[in-house]
Structures are given as C-alpha cells and as structure tokens.
Design a protein around this ligand. Sequence first.
Ligand code: MN
Length: 143
Amino acid sequence: MPTPSMEDYIEQIYKLIEDKGYARVSDIAEALAVHPSSVTKMVQKLDKDGYLIYEKYRGLILTPKGKKIGKRLLSRHELLEDFLRIIGVEEANIYNDVEGIEHHLSWDAIDRIGDLVQYFQEDESRIDLLKKLNKQAENSPET
Ligand SMILES: [Mn+2]
C-alpha cells in the first residue's frame, strides 16, 4: 500500500494527466507546493514500486496499477469534498480539510460515507432539512 505521501503524488499525477494530458515534475511540484527535487525523488520511488514509468527527459506515464489507484484516490478526494459540502462545511475549509483526513480513513469508512452522500443526493429535500438544522444550531444562543 502506498504511504500518505505517495498517495498525494499518485492522486495529483492522475489529476494532472486527466486535466492536461501530461504531468511534468514542475507541475507536480507546484500542485503539491513542494520543491522539484522532492518530486524527482518521489517519482523515482513510484517508478521503482511500479506505479509509473519515469524517463528524465520524456516525462512520466502511469502504469495500469498507478492509473487504477490514482482513479480511486481522486474519487475518494471528490467524495469527501461532496460529503463536507453536504454537511454544510464552509467552502473555504473544504479543500484543506479533505487533504487532512483523506489518508486516515479506512476504505470501509469511505464506502459508508459514499452511502451517506448518495442518501442525500437522491433527495435534495434531505439536504435542505440538514441546512435548516445547521441554521438552527448557528442561531441558538451560546450555552
Ligand atoms: Mn487529495
């Protein structure tokens, strides 16, 4: 299993390739706010572990194993964003909150959160009810 840091790289590389068609070391460094030399190091490790193929002057491609995991990691990130949005977390907090929790939940917990998100998405009135509850909690006097 990839470590949390490896997961961040695989997720980001998958996303870059999906969005732009390629992932350069400089793009990965920018997306993860790390030094390009850290990216080169990690990319070499991910190559060694079979997640991608890296050739210094030709860029990198994900192997089928890297693609499969990348897809899963990106959809986990997106699911957790949906989840926090549905429960009423402020937009400004959502990205960083997801980055903070995504590596620390079991796939079991992720799947159950998936069910919950589906429960809300199936019937928007459930989201409205929850929003009402959020408002009541905000407006209730401090205890
Ligand atoms: Mn993420």
